[in-house]
Write a protein that binds this ligand. Structure first.
Ligand code: PMP
Length: 311
């Protein structure tokens, strides 16, 4: 199943969802209409991949994702660690993956503000909630996609902290994606407010030029994705490829030898056309990185044990 398809087909979610410490059926996982999150997008989430390996199901970068689950609301001054511990959330993720017998799949932890508020700024009586759901996922995209440069800029990091996976950020992402789909592309690449390449609707972006790897630096309103960080490490340490984090202009991207995007759900996916211009028919550097990434996530690499949690 692809994300977005059959989202009301509860069988795809497995048997259980974890909500505030209790395992319940997905079709019974409801939130009240007066939840603050529903009115003001005060919810934060994670997107974690599970892989079917020869040693059983493995969760990729579980500790990093669990930590970011707490860091995201903290950037909005919401301390969920007063209500849920790191270990509780980490264990609950493992339990839900196990109980749902997930192989190749996706885990969606969510933290959100609930009832007991009477103004935009939630007071101390507000409820803090958390949930964990899963669904089956093999790959989000095919191995290569078409993209366009979006007319709509990425939200400025000065307006909303972009290192936070706050649902509010995804209003911008949805508009970028919708604009691209309507124009016949698979995804849109947003610029930051200064005209530098930022990221796609929900993935980081890389380009290859003359054997070097270039990716937008953290001041380009990007999320410093874990896949981005891992790809940089793979490139530098395993393939001895020079990686430059910098400002990239759309004209430079258009003249790239290869372009690819990265993300937990996305994996590593080639962008072979940009605004209908062919970027590449051959993608040797991207392919090399994809192969190593696949080896790691399938448990067949000497880095696998430090990145995968087998359940
Ligand atoms: N940017 C955005 C806006 C995203 O939503 C994601 C997906 N979490 C990414 C980049 C990639 O991040 P990661 O590699 O940590 O999944």
């Amino acid at each position: 199943m692809k994300v977005g398809e059959q989202m009301n087909n509860f069988e795809k979610y497995g048997n259980v969802v974890w909500m505030d410490g209790v395992f319940i059926k997905p079709e019974e996982a409801h939130i009240p209409i007066f939840s603050h999150a529903l009115h003001y997008a005060s919810s934060w989430f994670e997107g974690i991949r599970t892989y079917q390996t020869a040693h059983g199901t493995a969760i990729l970068m579980l500790d990093e994702h669990t930590q970011r689950m707490f860091d995201s609301p903290a950037l909005h001054k919401r301390d969920f660690s007063q209500h849920f511990s790191f270990t509780e959330i980490r264990n609950a993720i493992i339990d839900v993956v196990k109980m749902n017998k997930l192989g190749n799949g996706y885990v969606r932890p969510l933290m959100y503000l609930g009832m007991n508020w009477n103004a935009l700024m939630p007071n101390h009586t507000i409820e803090y909630h958390a949930s964990i759901a899963t669904w089956e996922l093999t790959s989000l995209f095919t191995t290569s996609v078409s993209a366009c440069i979006s007319k709509r800029p990425r939200i400025s990091n000065d307006a909303i902290p972009m290192q936070s996976k706050c649902a509010a950020n995804y209003a911008n992402s949805m508009l970028i994606k919708a604009e691209a789909i309507e124009a016949g592309f698979d995804d849109g690449i947003a610029l930051d407010i200064h005209g530098n390449i930022s990221e796609t609707s929900a993935s980081n972006l890389f380009m290859v030029k003359d054997g070097k790897l270039f990716t937008p630096s953290l001041d380009c309103s990007i999320l410093n994705g874990f896949t981005r960080q891992l790809v940089i490490k793979i490139a530098r340490e395993l393939h001895h490829i020079e990686v430059v984090e910098c400002h990239i202009k759309p004209e430079q991207l258009k003249h790239a030898d290869e372009i690819f995007m990265t993300g937990s759900a996305t994996g590593i996916v080639s962008v072979t056309t940009l605004d209908n211009d062919v970027i590449s028919t051959k993608t040797p550097v991207s392919t090399q990185l994809m192969e190593t990434y696949n080896e790691i996530t399938s448990g067949n690499h000497h880095w696998s044990s430090q990145l995968l949690t087998y359940i």
